[in-house]
Write a protein of this length. Structure first.
Length: 363
């Protein structure tokens, strides 16, 4: 039996165990996207994980969607993240920065620029977004990227990747899941383009492939990872054939040389948000198309994660919300101790309460 708690090696990095802290948006940055000082405490408290993936971090002000999310595109942001990665490394964990360009899942009130959100196509998402100024607001209709703008957008990801390495991150994870920009290029209901970045399946995967290749060229494939969520309809993503799309994407990526592929299972938030069929079939379907390490997230338990490890489906197990209320999650899982419930009303507030003040269990 493969133990969750034994050390392992991922893309040349020695991890103290096989448990990964998932990227979790918590909205604790200032108005300029700089993580607040207590963010360092939050991540350091949870650094008994083998790997921590940061919350979604925008690559520019134009990439921001939600209020108070951090960036990785200004000197002050890079400096703040360096303090965080130093604290995480001091506790033994490795840390990747997740790049989250929100695309159409955005509102101008949440950003430092007044421009309308940009996306592959001018398709308005259903639903509303929270803004600190005017509470819930309808999503605006995004502007579609011009073809001529896409090289600069790719360069934005490359610059952010170099910034992340300068900030002490061990690598970067490109967020091509959960309905954000890269996922919008992949999905048939959000990519209606008629140029070479749409029209066909090859066209829809093209931009994501080019971003991955450019980032890998800049910082190394072994420091480049991707997150996908085939069949997960969060943020109004409804792809006509999500497994076909993601098989094609993975076949086009240099997964044998990348750090990992991170798969979020389609029923992770709710069974009603799954259009991939049997969620238990997703990993076996995708596994042959991933030539390197595969990570899985989605309501895992110690038992289910161990079974996936033993089967060879995954190399690391990703836990999300349990880390919020349990900074000592590794120890609790190892000893079979009860887990504290997080305060959901404080998930996205602005201060340390409900964030870095959860206690560890005392022996």
């Amino acid at each position: 039996m493969t133990s969750l708690f034994e050390p392992t090696v991922l893309a040349g990095l020695t991890l103290q165990n096989r448990i990964v802290m998932a990227p979790l948006t918590r909205s604790r940055a200032d108005a300029m996207g700089v993580p607040k000082p207590f963010v360092r405490d939050y991540y350091a408290q949870r650094a008994s994980a083998g790997l921590i993936i940061s919350e979604g971090t925008q690559t520019s002000f134009a990439g921001q969607g939600y209020c108070r999310t951090p960036g990785i595109h200004t000197p002050d942001q890079v400096t703040a993240w360096k303090h965080i990665t130093d604290a995480v490394h001091a506790r033994g964990a490795k840390m990747f920065s997740q790049f989250m360009h929100c695309g159409r899942i955005a509102h101008p009130l949440n950003r430092q620029i007044p421009d309308a959100p940009v996306a592959p196509s001018a398709v308005k998402p259903a639903g509303q977004m929270w803004t600190d100024q005017q509470q819930l607001q309808d999503y605006p209709t995004p502007r579609a990227f011009e073809t001529a703008e896409l090289p600069a957008l790719i360069d934005e990801f490359v610059t952010a990747a170099r910034n992340a390495i300068a900030a002490g991150f061990d690598g970067v994870e490109l967020h091509a899941a959960n309905g954000y920009l890269l996922n919008q290029f992949l999905a048939s209901n959000t990519n209606l383009r008629t140029d070479g970045y749409g029209t066909s399946l090859d066209g829809r995967i093209r931009f994501v492939v080019e971003v991955v290749e450019a980032v890998a060229s800049a910082i190394g494939a072994a420091r480049t990872a991707i997150r996908v969520s085939p069949g997960h309809m969060f943020n109004d993503i409804i792809d006509a054939n999500p497994l076909e799309t993601h098989r094609a994407l993975l076949d086009a990526l240099p997964t044998a040389h990348m750090a990992y592929v991170h798969v979020m299972l389609p029923d992770a938030f709710s069974p009603q948000l799954n259009n991939a069929g049997d969620p238990q079939a997703v990993l076996p379907t995708l596994r042959p198309h991933v030539k390197g390490a595969l990570l899985a997230a989605g309501n895992l338990t110690a038992a289910s994660a161990t079974a996936m490890l033993d089967s060879g489906l995954i190399q690391l197990a990703v836990f999300g919300r349990p880390f919020i209320g349990n900074p000592d999650l590794i120890e609790r899982l190892k000893k079979g101790l009860p887990l504290a419930a997080p305060r959901q009303d404080l998930f996205y507030t602005a201060d340390a309460e409900g964030y870095s003040d959860y206690p560890a269990l005392t022996p």
